[in-house]
Design a protein around this ligand. Structure first.
Ligand code: SF4
Length: 474
C-alpha cells in the first residue's frame, strides 16, 4: 500500500501542468541528483532529452520543454521567481548553452537537444529519457515517468521500499474510503483528525501548520493575482482573461490593499445566488488563468484543476462563514488531501491515464468532501459528497485545444467548484446509509472508465475540441 501525505497531494509549483511541467521539471532535478550520486556530473560533456507519448503530443502547449530546461539548470519550482523564467530560457536559446545545475556549462540547442517523440513508452504515457555523453565518450541515460500531480517515478520503482517504510509509520493506514470511515468510527474522530494523526507521524504539528499555511498563502495569492490581472493569455489562442472583469463588477468600490483585506471586502459585498455563482467561478478562473500563464499555483491534485479547491475553500470563507479561521483552512486541506490520495491509490490523477475525470473530477470530489466536514457533515456524509461530485464527472475526456491548458480547462475549474458545492449540499441533506454508490465503487468505476477511454481523449489533443477548433480560427 502506498504512503501518500497531504503534502504530496497539495504541492506548490508552477503552471501550466503538473504532469507536463512540474513533473518533468522535478525529473530533471532528480536526474542531476543521480549524476552526482554516481560521480558522473563533473564529467558531463553533452546532454539531451527525449520526451515521449503525451509529453510529446501536448508538451509544447504545456511548456514541457521550458520545464525541462529549468530543471536541468537546477532551479527549484517552488521558490524560483516565475517572472525570471523567460530570462533564463532566452539565455539558453540565444547562447545555445545551458548551465547544468547552475554549475557546469554544456552546449544545448533546445530545438535539437529536446526531442519530441510521438512514440509511447510502455510503462506510462508520460515518459522521458535524459541522456548524457561524458568526457570519455561513454553514455549515460535515465528514464522517468510523470504520473500526474507532479509525481515522478522510475520504472523499477526504487522508492517503493522507502515509501512502504514511511507508510508503516502511519497510525491509520488508508487505502479505501471504507477503511477511513472505520477509523473515524472506532476512534470517534472526524476525517481531518484521523489525517492529522497520520501527518503527525511524519512531521511536527508546527511543521504541518507552517506547511499548510504556505499552501493556503499560495492559493490565496493565485486568486488575488488572477482577479487583478487583465489581458490575453500566452500561447497563441488569444484567450481573454475573464476573472478581472467579473471581479471588477462584483467587488464594486470596496477598498483593500492586500489579499487579507480583500477577503473582508468580499464579505461586505451583496451575495444572492447569481453573485455566489460568479464569485466561485471568478476564484476558479483566476487561479487557472495564473496557471495558464506559467504562474505559481498549488497543484491540487494537478495544475489543470488547481482552481477548484481554492475556489471552494474561499467560498466557505467569504460566503458561508465570516468567522472562519486557520483551523477551518487546515481541516479543509487535510480532508481534501486524503480524498485525493484515495483516488490516486485506487485509480489515477493523471489525465494521460484517465482523461479529465482524473483532474477536474478528482479535484471536485476532494473539495466536496472537505467542504462537507466544515459544514458539519459526518465522515459518512463527507465521503458521500465526494462520491456525488465524482459520479457526475465520470467519463469526462481531456481534449485541450492546441495542447494549451486553457480551453476547456479554465472554465472546467469553475464548473468543478460549483459541482462540489452542490454535491456537498446534497450529501448534507441525505442519509448516507441509504446511498447506492459508495465512494470506493465510484473510484473503481472511474478506473475502469479510464482504461476503456480512447487514447485520443487522454491529454494527447488528438480528439474532441482539440481537433474541432483550429488555432488559425482563434
Ligand atoms: S482538459 Fe482537463 S485534464 Fe485535460 S489538460 Fe485540461 S484540465 Fe487537464
Amino acid at each position: 500500500m502506498e504512503s501518500i501525505s497531504v503534502f504530496d497531494m497539495l504541492k506548490i509549483g508552477v503552471g501550466p501542468s503538473s504532469s507536463h511541467t512540474l513533473g518533468p521539471w522535478r525529473a530533471a532535478l532528480r536526474w542531476i541528483g543521480e549524476l552526482k550520486e554516481k560521480n558522473n556530473f563533473d564529467n558531463v560533456a553533452e546532454i539531451s532529452v527525449d520526451l515521449y507519448g503525451s509529453l510529446s503530443l501536448t508538451g509544447k502547449g504545456h511548456a514541457t520543454d521550458i520545464a525541462v530546461m529549468m530543471g536541468l539548470s537546477g532551479f527549484d519550482p517552488v521558490t524560483f521567481p516565475i517572472e525570471n523564467i523567460d530570462k533564463e530560457i532566452d539565455f539558453i536559446t540565444s547562447e545555445n548553452k545551458l548551465k547544468l545545475n547552475g554549475e557546469l556549462e554544456v552546449p544545448f540547442v533546445p530545438k535539437e537537444n529536446i526531442k519530441f517523440n510521438r512514440k509511447f513508452l510502455e510503462f506510462h504515457p508520460n515518459g522521458m529519457t535524459f541522456r548524457a555523453t561524458l568526457k570519455d565518450g561513454s553514455k549515460k541515460s535515465s528514464s522517468f515517468y510523470s504520473i500526474g500531480g507532479g509525481f515522478t517515478v522510475k520504472k523499477e520503482r526504487k522508492r517503493k521500499k522507502a515509501k512502504l517504510a514511511k507508510f508503516a509509520q502511519f497510525p491509520f493506514p488508508v487505502e479505501k474510503g471504507t477503511e477511513l470511515l472505520a477509523y473515524c468510527k472506532a476512534e470517534g474522530k472526524s476525517i481531518s483528525e484521523i489525517v492529522l494523526e497520520n501527518e503527525k507521524s511524519l512531521r511536527t504539528e508546527t511543521e504541518i501548520n507552517d506547511g499548510l499555511k504556505k499552501i493556503w498563502d499560495v492559493m490565496l495569492d493565485s486568486m488575488f493575482v488572477g482577479c487583478h490581472t487583465e489581458g490575453i493569455l500566452p500561447g497563441g489562442l488569444k484567450v481573454q482573461r475573464r476573472a478581472f472583469n467579473t471581479h471588477k463588477n462584483l467587488i464594486g468600490e470596496a477598498k483593500y490593499s492586500n489579499a487579507e483585506e480583500w477577503i473582508e471586502a468580499i464579505r461586505g459585498t451583496e451575495v444572492k445566488f447569481r453573485q455566489i455563482l460568479k464569485w466561485v467561478s471568478c476564484f476558479a478562473l483566476a487561479v487557472n488563468e495564473v496557471n495558464a500563464s506559467l504562474g505559481r499555483v498549488v497543484t491540487a491534485p494537478t495544475n489543470g484543476s488547481a482552481g477548484v479547491i481554492p475556489a471552494v475553500l474561499m467560498y466557505y470563507l467569504v460566503i458561508e462563514n465570516h468567522d472562519a479561521n486557520f483551523e477551518d483552512i487546515r481541516k479543509f486541506l487535510l480532508v481534501s488531501g486524503e480524498i485525493g490520495s484515495i483516488f490516486k491509490k485506487g485509480s489515477t490523477i493523471s489525465a494521460a491515464m484517465g482523461g479529465c475525470q482524473a483532474e477536474i473530477g478528482v479535484s471536485s470530489s476532494m473539495a466536496a468532501g472537505a467542504l462537507c466536514e466544515l459544514m458539519g457533515g459526518t465522515p459518512e456524509q463527507c465521503l458521500m459528497a465526494s462520491e456525488i461530485a465524482m459520479e457526475h464527472h465520470l467519463g469526462m475526456t481531456c481534449d485541450p485545444i492546441a495542447g494549451l491548458v486553457q480551453i476547456p480547462c479554465i472554465e472546467r475549474n469553475a464548473m468543478g467548484a460549483i459541482k462540489a458545492i452542490n454535491a456537498c449540499e446534497m450529501a448534507l441533506d441525505s442519509d448516507p446509509s441509504k446511498a447506492k454508490v459508495p465512494l470506493d465503487s465510484v473510484i473503481e468505476t472511474m478506473w475502469e472508465t479510464a482504461k476503456d477511454m480512447n487514447n485520443k481523449y487522454k491529454e494527447t489533443s488528438e480528439g474532441g475540441l482539440a481537433v474541432k477548433v483550429y488555432l488559425s480560427d482563434c
